[in-house]
Design a protein around this ligand. Structure first.
Ligand code: F6R
Length: 366
């Protein structure tokens, strides 16, 4: 069966999380190293984007739309969540072929696609140009870069030293921060990126492959998840965006089903679904941070108590007290990136290849 052979391409040897050398050789695409470099990527990505010539003016901009799919879209979610209160102009994330109906010449559209060839983002870009929006493209090349050149729209080049979109999140996310800064919608943009980069470098040293399970939170969480299906909860804002990143990284790195939902919303529906015994085989990770709404703590505790009979296992992951909401968002992301990669390696899965996703793209291309 075609599906079976696609999957077989990613099978690997199960390795112990206590064995850094074995982790290194099983991680054939070098995912752990790429994750550890997230802070450096943010800084480099910011500087490349901020020095791009002829970025459009922010004068009179009434809305910003961040268009992108998958690994090229999540940077928009994270940046929007981090600066939701600092940027007073509405920022909307759009994941699809179209753009919101309000888009016009006072809308700034950022079309981000690592490859530059994602059909949804290319279609959204074309729509933005046809509608007269102010448009910026972000990609390593591909159709988006070619269209930008032909249309005379500013293009931010993404370095191609990284070959996987989800591992280029630092470049892609920082480009959005730099754009918001350059067009005058976000003050002190580079200092937010610097704070995040410092926090990430410190975190990477604590949760990298060389640190043993006993003192490495990412390995400990991965070991605790084991063979169970991860369910990630995050409170509205940066933790909600980070929870979505955790889910998608479990999907793509560990090749496992995973689910994400947001507090307080999940208290209004999902909790009814975790009926007696239905949580066996699932592991809930609640992402917590200092900036969350004060009622979230009470909700997490009450929710956990009420779901005791479901058989769900719970664990919390807490971001440190960071200097910027961007640092909080990306610290939660880095932890999840490491956790999902450790889960992959511990299950004998090669984190880097995404054969099913690639097969789907090939099939749609005909
Ligand atoms: C992540 C990944 C996908 C892509 C998505 C869009 O590693 O492979 O989530 O990011 O399919 O493709 P690009 O990023 O090229 O626009």
């Amino acid at each position: 069966m075609a599906g079976t052979s696609v999957r077989a391409a990613s099978s690997n040897r199960v390795v112990s999380l206590e064995d850094p050398a074995a982790l290194g050789s099983a991680d054939r695409g070098g995912m752990l190293e790429l994750i550890a470099g997230l802070g450096g990527q943010l800084l480099r990505g910011f500087d490349i984007a901020a020095s791009t010539p002829a970025l459009p003016s922010g004068e009179g901009v009434r809305a910003v739309v961040l268009s992108g799919m998958g690994g090229s879209g999540i940077g928009g979610d994270l940046v929007r969540a981090a600066f939701g209160s600092a940027v007073t102009t509405p920022v909307v994330v759009s994941k699809g072929y179209d753009l919101p109906g309000f888009c016009d010449h006072d809308t700034l559209v950022v079309a981000t696609s690592f490859s530059g060839n994602t059909e949804e983002t290319v279609a959204a870009y074309r729509r933005a140009v046809a509608t007269g929006c102010r448009v910026i493209t972000v990609s390593t090349g591909g159709e988006l870069a070619a269209l930008s050149e032909a249309d005379g729209t500013p293009h931010i080049p993404v370095p191609s030293d990284v070959t996987l979109p989800r591992a280029a999140l630092g470049y892609l996310g920082a480009a959005v921060v730099a754009i918001l800064g350059a067009v005058g919608l976000l003050a002190e943009a580079r200092s937010h990126v610097e704070a995040a980069a410092h926090a990430l470098d410190r975190l990477a040293a604590r949760v990298g492959a060389g640190e043993p399970v006993g003192s490495n939170e990412a390995k400990a969480v991965a070991a605790w998840i084991g063979d169970r299906v991860p369910v990630v909860w995050g409170s509205l804002g940066v933790a909600e965006a980070a929870a979505m990143r955790w889910k998608t990284q479990f999907n793509e790195n560990a090749k496992t089903p995973a689910f994400a939902s947001a507090l307080p919303e999940l208290d209004h529906n999902e909790i009814e679904g975790w009926s007696e015994g239905s949580g066996e085989g699932f592991a809930v990770i609640a992402l917590r941070h200092e900036g969350e709404h004060p009622r979230v703590a009470a909700r997490v505790e009450a929710t956990r108590e009420l779901l005791a009979g479901s058989g769900l296992s719970f664990r919390e992951v807490r971001a440190g007290e960071e200097a910027s909401p961007l640092a909080t968002a990306f610290s939660l992301v880095m932890l999840g990136d490491f956790v999902s990669t450790y889960v992959a390696l511990a299950r004998g899965v090669d984190p880097s290849p995404i054969p099913v996703l690639s097969a789907l793209k090939d099939r749609l291309r005909g």
